[in-house]
Design a protein around this ligand. Structure first.
Ligand code: FEO
Length: 429
């Protein structure tokens, strides 16, 4: 029996009402330029995004480009299809959408594509060559997708053309940008985006500190492994002479001004330019590793270096990645539990490794009861990432004064490495 058959009449009635209501959702499009409308969805409640804590929710951005022909760039996550359809309908009858373009196949942008295609019946669905294969692997033949070439064009009218620019592995193998030369307008899919819900559609409507914070969190957690590709793309954009006045990413606000800011940040972040700061990352079981961490931080701060202390039982791995983005060194501490590094630290080390951070100096510390493998295991994980190891301190059960002095000296050593001092003890900034 199909599970739906188990539904009570009340549930069925509720489902019918819900369907009727979503058919009449009054969501409206937001005009971006004379020819471009935002028709995406706002998801303020999402917190889990493949391991990334989206503390401020997100948006799934779709864009309608209106010429003699109408194109929809990207769809939204499956459960937000009706919101997108309502916003489209506020501008144009959905059946009048001629083309749908998939910037990449990830489900937050393609989840409702089959249903949207069934409802809109566009003339064509386009994706990059790799996108055609990726969509086929997601939807198993349910979609007829036409490949576009890198540099290919789609005419939407005599004065409106979409140009396609492949950005392979930024951040999916099939990713591509779309550019509207007549409006100097770039649709940048996930690049230059951020996970930030809200009713503000433009970056200049959001406090600058929040824009920079969420941009850096997004870069650190999503884009960082592809930093070499970002650098090549930025060189390509520079060499192309493309004029870009507005940038519409697939998440978060649109850059109608201030794009040079995020471009500058991407130049810095993709080079992984490090600061005179140290991240101390740890967790604690009975307080010993916490005491060691605080003592190491004190030794670090004596050198003038900026210190960020994160206890993983109180923080999320995606905040660790954000802080690590430009930290000049990493110090990691863990108790030993059942001969292993503490689970939260193992989680963070695995996550960090996948992000391919630039190698930098590191140190380890931790407490133990009878075996004490944690520091060695952390050291091995850091060595596997080519991080230089500057030292290690281990405490049996509870650190005594002598051992805490060693912790303080370890902090001092790491701090001096990141923030060198003159022989007279003056910190060189
Ligand atoms: Fe926002 Fe790569 O999906």
């Amino acid at each position: 029996m199909h599970p739906r058959c188990l539904a009570t009449p009340e549930v069925l009635q509720e489902a019918t009402l819900s369907t009727e209501m979503t058919m009449h959702q009054p969501f409206k499009a937001v005009q971006v330029t004379d020819a471009v409308y935002w028709v995406g969805a706002i998801d303020p409640n999402v917190r889990e995004f493949h391991g990334y804590l989206t503390s401020r929710g997100t948006t799934y951005n779709s864009y309608l480009v209106l010429g003699e022909k109408t194109a929809l760039i990207d769809t939204v996550k499956a459960q937000f299809k009706d919101e997108m359809m309502a916003r489209i309908a506020s501008v144009v009858e959905p059946s009048k959408v001629d083309y749908i373009i998939s910037s990449h196949a990830e489900m937050d942008h393609s989840g409702c594509l089959p249903d949207a295609v069934a409802e809109m019946k566009p003339e064509k669905v386009f994706a990059s060559k790799m996108g055609v294969a990726a969509l086929a692997a997601h939807f198993h033949g349910g979609l007829d997708v036409t490949p576009v070439e890198d540099g290919g064009e789609l005419a939407l009218g005599p004065d409106l053309t979409l140009k396609f620019m492949e950005t392979r592995f930024l951040h999916w193998p099939d990713s591509m940008f779309c550019y509207l030369p007549q409006r100097n307008f770039l649709f940048s899919q996930d690049a230059f985006g951020m996970h930030l819900a809200g009713t503000e559609r433009f970056a200049d409507q959001v406090p600058p500190w929040l824009i920079k914070h969420e941009s850096s969190k997004y870069y650190a957690n999503i884009v960082l492994p592809f930093s070499n590709i970002v650098q090549k793309l930025l060189e390509k954009l520079d060499a192309s002479g493309l004029v870009i006045n507005m940038v519409a990413p697939a998440h978060g606000p649109i850059w109608r001004s201030g794009f040079r800011d995020v471009l500058g940040w991407y130049r810095l972040w993709s080079k992984q330019t490090l600061k005179q700061s140290v991240l101390v990352l740890y967790d604690t079981m009975w307080g010993s590793t916490d005491l060691m961490a605080r003592t190491i931080c004190d030794g670090l701060s004596s050198t003038g270096v900026a210190v960020k202390q994160i206890c993983l039982s109180q923080s999320h791995r995606s905040d660790v990645a954000t802080e690590l983005l430009d930290a000049g060194a990493l110090v990691v501490g863990s108790p030993t539990l059942n001969n292993q590094v503490y689970p939260t630290i193992a989680d963070a080390m695995s996550y960090i490794k996948g992000l391919k951070p630039r190698p930098r100096p590191s140190a380890t510390f931790g407490s133990f009861g009878w075996s004490g493998e944690s520091t060695k295991q952390i050291e091995e994980a850091l060595t596997a990432m080519d991080f230089e190891n500057l030292g290690q301190v281990k405490a049996k059960y509870v650190p005594d004064h002598k051992l805490l002095q060693e912790c303080w000296e370890l902090g001092r050593l790491v701090g001096e490495r990141v923030c060198p001092q003159d022989p007279d003890g003056v910190t060189r900034f």
